[in-house]
Design a protein around this ligand. Structure first.
Ligand code: S3P
Length: 198
Protein backbone atom coordinates (compact mmCIF):
# COMPACT_ATOMS: atom_id res chain seq x y z
CA UNK A 1 0.00 0.00 0.00
CA UNK A 2 2.64 2.41 1.03
CA UNK A 3 4.62 1.05 -1.93
CA UNK A 4 2.34 2.92 -4.29
CA UNK A 5 2.67 6.23 -2.53
CA UNK A 6 2.67 9.35 -4.63
CA UNK A 7 3.75 12.56 -2.99
CA UNK A 8 2.21 15.70 -4.34
CA UNK A 9 4.93 18.24 -4.82
CA UNK A 10 3.35 21.38 -3.45
CA UNK A 11 6.04 23.66 -4.86
CA UNK A 12 6.82 27.08 -3.49
CA UNK A 13 10.04 28.44 -2.12
CA UNK A 14 11.84 28.25 -5.48
CA UNK A 15 12.89 31.73 -6.45
CA UNK A 16 14.25 32.87 -9.79
CA UNK A 17 16.81 30.18 -10.70
CA UNK A 18 19.25 32.89 -11.86
CA UNK A 19 19.46 34.38 -8.38
CA UNK A 20 21.87 32.75 -5.96
CA UNK A 21 20.29 30.46 -3.37
CA UNK A 22 19.37 32.34 -0.22
CA UNK A 23 20.12 30.62 3.05
CA UNK A 24 16.38 30.64 3.80
CA UNK A 25 15.94 28.15 1.01
CA UNK A 26 17.24 25.13 2.90
CA UNK A 27 14.75 22.48 3.86
CA UNK A 28 14.38 22.59 7.63
CA UNK A 29 13.67 19.23 9.26
CA UNK A 30 11.99 19.15 12.66
CA UNK A 31 13.11 16.24 14.85
CA UNK A 32 12.10 15.10 18.33
CA UNK A 33 9.95 12.82 20.43
CA UNK A 34 6.18 12.65 20.18
CA UNK A 35 4.76 15.78 21.77
CA UNK A 36 7.91 17.86 21.27
CA UNK A 37 6.00 20.37 19.13
CA UNK A 38 7.45 19.52 15.71
CA UNK A 39 4.19 20.30 13.95
CA UNK A 40 3.17 23.30 16.04
CA UNK A 41 6.57 24.98 15.83
CA UNK A 42 7.22 23.74 12.29
CA UNK A 43 4.03 25.39 11.02
CA UNK A 44 4.95 28.70 12.58
CA UNK A 45 8.51 28.44 11.32
CA UNK A 46 7.29 27.79 7.79
CA UNK A 47 5.00 30.82 7.92
CA UNK A 48 7.85 32.96 9.17
CA UNK A 49 10.30 31.74 6.52
CA UNK A 50 7.71 31.82 3.71
CA UNK A 51 8.17 28.10 3.03
CA UNK A 52 5.50 25.41 2.66
CA UNK A 53 4.97 23.23 5.72
CA UNK A 54 4.76 19.47 5.27
CA UNK A 55 4.05 16.87 7.96
CA UNK A 56 5.69 13.55 7.05
CA UNK A 57 3.10 11.53 9.01
CA UNK A 58 0.27 13.16 7.05
CA UNK A 59 2.07 12.38 3.80
CA UNK A 60 2.44 8.75 4.83
CA UNK A 61 -1.25 8.58 5.73
CA UNK A 62 -2.23 10.11 2.40
CA UNK A 63 0.05 7.72 0.53
CA UNK A 64 -1.31 4.67 2.35
CA UNK A 65 -4.89 5.89 2.39
CA UNK A 66 -5.17 5.10 6.10
CA UNK A 67 -4.24 6.44 9.50
CA UNK A 68 -0.91 5.77 11.22
CA UNK A 69 -2.77 3.64 13.76
CA UNK A 70 -4.28 1.53 10.96
CA UNK A 71 -0.93 1.19 9.21
CA UNK A 72 0.68 -0.07 12.43
CA UNK A 73 -2.21 -2.47 13.05
CA UNK A 74 -2.62 -3.86 9.57
CA UNK A 75 0.88 -3.68 8.10
CA UNK A 76 3.10 -3.48 11.16
CA UNK A 77 5.72 -1.00 12.27
CA UNK A 78 8.39 -2.23 9.83
CA UNK A 79 6.12 -1.42 6.92
CA UNK A 80 5.38 2.00 8.37
CA UNK A 81 9.13 2.65 8.71
CA UNK A 82 9.70 1.66 5.08
CA UNK A 83 7.03 4.08 3.95
CA UNK A 84 8.38 6.77 6.25
CA UNK A 85 11.89 6.38 4.87
CA UNK A 86 10.67 6.65 1.29
CA UNK A 87 8.30 9.55 1.86
CA UNK A 88 10.98 11.58 3.62
CA UNK A 89 13.55 10.77 0.92
CA UNK A 90 11.13 12.04 -1.71
CA UNK A 91 10.29 15.21 0.19
CA UNK A 92 13.99 15.97 0.67
CA UNK A 93 14.48 15.80 -3.09
CA UNK A 94 11.79 18.43 -3.65
CA UNK A 95 11.83 22.20 -3.22
CA UNK A 96 12.65 23.69 0.18
CA UNK A 97 10.05 23.14 2.88
CA UNK A 98 9.74 22.94 6.61
CA UNK A 99 9.31 19.23 7.26
CA UNK A 100 7.97 17.81 10.51
CA UNK A 101 9.09 14.20 10.86
CA UNK A 102 7.60 11.52 13.10
CA UNK A 103 9.59 10.84 16.26
CA UNK A 104 11.17 7.65 14.92
CA UNK A 105 12.26 8.96 11.53
CA UNK A 106 15.62 10.41 12.58
CA UNK A 107 16.53 7.06 14.17
CA UNK A 108 16.87 5.55 10.72
CA UNK A 109 20.51 5.89 9.60
CA UNK A 110 19.58 6.33 5.94
CA UNK A 111 17.09 9.05 6.73
CA UNK A 112 19.58 10.74 9.02
CA UNK A 113 22.23 10.76 6.32
CA UNK A 114 19.79 12.17 3.77
CA UNK A 115 18.68 14.90 6.14
CA UNK A 116 22.32 15.81 6.82
CA UNK A 117 22.94 16.04 3.09
CA UNK A 118 19.83 17.91 2.03
CA UNK A 119 18.61 19.96 4.94
CA UNK A 120 19.12 21.50 8.33
CA UNK A 121 17.84 19.45 11.26
CA UNK A 122 16.32 21.02 14.35
CA UNK A 123 15.84 18.87 17.43
CA UNK A 124 13.07 20.15 19.66
CA UNK A 125 14.17 18.80 23.03
CA UNK A 126 11.49 18.51 25.69
CA UNK A 127 11.26 17.08 29.18
CA UNK A 128 9.16 14.04 29.99
CA UNK A 129 6.47 16.02 31.84
CA UNK A 130 5.85 18.16 28.79
CA UNK A 131 5.80 15.18 26.44
CA UNK A 132 3.41 13.20 28.66
CA UNK A 133 1.03 16.13 28.97
CA UNK A 134 1.01 16.99 25.28
CA UNK A 135 0.66 13.42 24.02
CA UNK A 136 -2.22 12.71 26.41
CA UNK A 137 -4.43 15.10 24.45
CA UNK A 138 -4.81 12.77 21.50
CA UNK A 139 -4.96 8.99 21.14
CA UNK A 140 -3.40 8.77 17.71
CA UNK A 141 0.01 7.36 18.59
CA UNK A 142 0.19 3.56 18.40
CA UNK A 143 3.53 3.39 20.23
CA UNK A 144 1.91 4.92 23.32
CA UNK A 145 -1.24 2.79 23.19
CA UNK A 146 0.14 -0.40 24.75
CA UNK A 147 1.40 0.51 28.17
CA UNK A 148 2.05 3.47 30.39
CA UNK A 149 2.82 6.43 28.10
CA UNK A 150 5.24 7.96 30.61
CA UNK A 151 7.29 4.75 30.84
CA UNK A 152 7.29 4.36 27.08
CA UNK A 153 8.38 7.95 26.54
CA UNK A 154 11.12 7.56 29.14
CA UNK A 155 12.39 4.45 27.38
CA UNK A 156 12.28 6.17 24.01
CA UNK A 157 14.11 9.13 25.48
CA UNK A 158 16.97 6.89 26.66
CA UNK A 159 17.37 5.39 23.22
CA UNK A 160 16.66 8.39 21.05
CA UNK A 161 18.11 11.44 22.74
CA UNK A 162 21.72 10.37 22.10
CA UNK A 163 20.82 10.11 18.39
CA UNK A 164 18.72 13.29 18.22
CA UNK A 165 21.83 14.95 19.64
CA UNK A 166 23.31 14.69 16.14
CA UNK A 167 20.86 17.30 14.83
CA UNK A 168 22.37 20.51 13.48
CA UNK A 169 20.45 22.70 15.91
CA UNK A 170 19.09 21.85 19.35
CA UNK A 171 16.34 23.96 20.86
CA UNK A 172 14.47 23.37 24.11
CA UNK A 173 10.76 23.08 23.48
CA UNK A 174 9.44 25.34 26.20
CA UNK A 175 6.19 25.10 28.00
CA UNK A 176 5.25 28.72 27.43
CA UNK A 177 4.03 30.46 24.29
CA UNK A 178 5.06 28.78 21.02
CA UNK A 179 6.41 32.13 19.83
CA UNK A 180 9.26 31.92 22.34
CA UNK A 181 10.37 28.49 21.15
CA UNK A 182 9.94 29.67 17.57
CA UNK A 183 12.23 32.62 18.20
CA UNK A 184 14.81 30.27 19.72
CA UNK A 185 14.66 28.14 16.57
CA UNK A 186 15.11 31.22 14.36
CA UNK A 187 18.08 32.33 16.48
CA UNK A 188 19.50 28.80 16.29
CA UNK A 189 19.24 28.88 12.51
CA UNK A 190 21.06 32.22 12.35
CA UNK A 191 23.85 30.95 14.60
CA UNK A 192 24.13 27.72 12.64
CA UNK A 193 24.30 29.50 9.30
CA UNK A 194 26.85 31.99 10.54
CA UNK A 195 29.01 29.10 11.81
CA UNK A 196 28.69 27.15 8.56
CA UNK A 197 29.64 30.21 6.50
CA UNK A 198 32.69 31.15 8.58
C1 S3P B 1 6.35 7.81 16.12
C2 S3P B 1 5.93 9.11 16.18
C3 S3P B 1 4.70 9.56 15.50
C4 S3P B 1 4.39 8.67 14.30
C5 S3P B 1 4.32 7.24 14.72
C6 S3P B 1 5.63 6.76 15.35
C7 S3P B 1 7.60 7.44 16.83
O1 S3P B 1 4.87 10.91 15.05
O2 S3P B 1 5.34 8.84 13.29
O3 S3P B 1 3.26 7.11 15.62
O4 S3P B 1 8.19 6.39 16.52
O5 S3P B 1 8.04 8.23 17.70
P1 S3P B 1 4.93 12.18 16.04
O6 S3P B 1 6.31 12.24 16.61
O7 S3P B 1 4.66 13.33 15.14
O8 S3P B 1 3.88 11.99 17.07
Amino acid sequence: MIESEQITDDGGGQGDPSTPAKPEQDTIVMVGLMGAGKTAIGRRLAARLGLPFVDADEEIEAAAGSSITDIFERLGEASFRDGERRVIARLLEGPPIVLATGGGAFMDPETRARIAEKGISVWLRADIETLVRRTSRRQNRPLLANGDPREILERLKEVRYPVYQQADIIVDSLDGPAEVTLQNVLDGLDTYRAAVKS
